[in-house]
Design a protein around this ligand. Structure first.
Ligand SMILES: [Cu+2]
Length: 464
């Protein structure tokens, strides 16, 4: 029988989280399962060595049991239904009820034993990306171990030797299993909790799916043309915000398990990259940034002090990664006055959609979309449509966000006189130069014509 724990917030049900089993050593540890895609509060370690727990955006940390000094976890690879954002669910493969799977948190030097049960219709394995471990624990099917067949359980055991930021994912039918959402985050905390201590430590994976509008299951043969760019398998406005207190030292750790790079950009603050795949960066190697590129298979930890109050955008800077699933071959209609035309075409082609003729502002546009599909650009802010999707969320810096409180404080209330405003005075006539400009260069290959054009009558504005 499963026990139900209450320390997780709201209606989120953590099922079967018995941290100590009745029967003891000879049994499998229980495998807690998460039914909610909401961000769960940090799991304060109930036993073992102390550490400062992380917060997984739209995710949770896997409880463990101690067995003669060994931290034992139980992962179940299985089909899951993941809410990508309100209004859209996806049939994915994941671990313990969700995709990504739960975050695993251990302490440098911990001996760790992970039981992996396969409830998928094909074999799998887990590779502990970035870890120092015995070769036979590295999880590459065929190279380091046979695949875990459906219905079977394998045991991985190693000492978490190096503190830092890691990921886990299958090394078996990889392209399919990762395109279906099989992945998770791993943090090995330093032995001394005062080392690298921060006030808030957020973690998530960058991932991507190819889900046709109106359908539920990713296409798994996709190599480049993904249409849903997600933060921990959530698309904006489904990505929870990162809520911090003014003056907090904040760390954000991201791992990239998509097939392309993501220049991750933070507004309002400069950060430093304090951790990479290989561990902590040396302080003398750091420089300030507002964007850092995270390549395929990489992990990055960035840190900053949240000095400035407000709601600050945090997003991938590839603009098509902050949009949700869109059709292909959409023509650019900027400058085309199509008033009345769209309506006529819609009668002939029901799913016809016009890119805005004034810059494509679709955030405010009402158009019919298939069931189980997110609008391309959406999310309501205090001033209207945010016109974003995909890899986008908000860092909320507040004076009164209590330590340990991760609840959304609502929208920022801007002090009077600090919001951009509309100019309502006279607009002077714009004076433009009538010349092409003295610096204008003749077109290539037109050299001999220059002398000819000199003879042309005054007033001609061609080449000089
Ligand atoms: Cu991106």
């Amino acid at each position: 029988m499963s026990s139900r724990r209450d320390f997780f917030s709201g209606a989120a049900a953590l099922v079967g989280a018995g941290l100590v089993t009745r029967a003891g050593a000879a049994t499998l540890p229980e495998a807690p399962s998460m039914s909610s895609a909401a961000t769960q509060p940090p799991l304060v370690p109930p036993n073992g060595r102390p550490y400062n727990p992380v917060v997984t955006l739209n995710g949770w940390t896997l409880p463990w049991r101690m067995n003669n000094g060994v931290k034992e976890f139980h992962l179940i690879a299985e089909p899951v239904v993941r809410e990508i954002a309100p209004g859209m669910k996806a049939n994915l493969w994941g671990y313990n009820g969700q995709s990504p799977g739960p975050t695993i948190e251990v302490v440098e030097g911990d001996r760790v034993r992970i039981f992996v049960t396969n409830r998928l219709p094909e074999h799998t394995s887990i590779h502990w990306h970035g870890q120092r471990l015995p070769n036979g624990m590295d999880g590459v099917t065929g190279l380091n171990q046979p695949g875990i067949q459906p219905g079977k359980t394998f045991v991985y055991e190693f000492v978490a030797r190096r503190p830092g930021t890691f990921m886990y994912h299958p090394h078996a039918d990889e392209m399919v299993q990762m395109a279906m959402g099989m992945m998770g985050f791993w943090v090995t905390h330093p032995k001394d909790p005062r080392q690298h201590a921060v006030d808030r430590d957020f973690v998530f994976l960058l991932n991507a799916y190819d889900i046709e509008p109106g359908s539920y299951t990713p296409r798994v043969n996709e190599m480049t043309d993904f249409n849903l760019w997600t933060i921990n398998s959530r698309a904006f406005p489904g990505v929870d915000t990162m809520n911090v207190r003014q003056g907090d030292r904040v760390r954000i750790r991201a791992g990239n398990l998509t097939m392309t790079n993501h220049p991750i950009h933070l507004h309002g603050h400069e950060f430093e990259v304090t951790g990479t795949d290989g561990g902590w960066t040396r302080p003398e190697s750091r420089w300030p940034e507002v964007t850092t590129d995270i390549a395929v298979g990489q992990m990055r930890a960035i840190e900053f002090v949240a000095t400035d109050l407000g709601d600050w955008a945090f997003h991938c800077h590839k603009s098509h990664h902050t949009m949700n699933a869109m059709g292909h071959s959409v023509p650019n209609m900027i400058g085309v006055d199509h008033r009345g035309v769209a309506e006529k075409i819609s009668k002939l082609v029901p799913d016809y959609m016009v890119m805005g003729d004034k810059g494509g502002s679709m955030g405010e546009m009402e158009m019919p979309i298939p069931d189980n599909t997110l609008p391309m650009m959406t999310g309501q802010g205090p001033f209207g449509g945010v016109e974003m999707g995909g890899m986008f969320t908000v860092l909320k810096v507040r004076k009164d966000q209590k330590p340990g409180d991760y609840k959304d404080p609502g929208w920022y209330k801007h002090p009077a006189g600090t919001v951009a405003y509309e100019w309502k005075g006279e607009a002077p006539a714009v004076v433009r130069s009538g010349s092409a400009g003295g610096q204008a260069m003749p077109a290539a290959g037109k050299g001999p014509e220059v002398e000819v054009t000199v003879r042309k009558p005054a007033g001609h504005q061609g080449h000089h």
